[in-house]
Design a protein around this ligand. Sequence first.
Ligand code: ZN
Length: 189
Amino acid sequence: MTLAGLLLLAVFLIAAALVLTIGMRTWLRYRGQRVIECPENHAPAGVEVDARQAAVSALGGRLELHLKDCTRWPERAGCDEACLRQVETSPEGCLVRTVLARWYEGRTCALCGAAFGEIHWHDHKPALLTPDGVPRSWAELPVDHVPEVLQTHRPLCWNCQVTESFRRRFPELVIDRDEPDSRDSGVSR
Ligand SMILES: [Zn+2]
């Protein structure tokens, strides 16, 4: 290969790397579920930005955001997507994971008192305790309920969610250590 050919190849590879970096960075920034305030009714709504389309538009030099999904669809499908201004202003701030991580930060488990350290969403996810003491996981809750739930529920660690869920499902298999056992004349174990 001639020197000119090598130079051309190097320029092509650098340009390709730049394009990939811009596309990947945009995709990472806009993927995921978010909670916004719907400009139409001023109530929380869960939305998902079309991160792939955002990445493609960024490669063309002009970022364009569109919704891929919204908890108010299909009733409000075809709206002007004015909520996207909130996403543009703070892409990280309205991410559900960011909202939840901020909520758990500095709090302790409602049952065992353990402090929540760094949240690992892929493993041992923290959960919630309803006002009437029922353990719930985030997977059970619609995204647009997140703001309301954060006002009414208490934080629950993964261990307590597992044990409380088991206790509720199989109460006959669980004996509390601090409860007197009828078999040994009321002596606590
Ligand atoms: Zn706990």
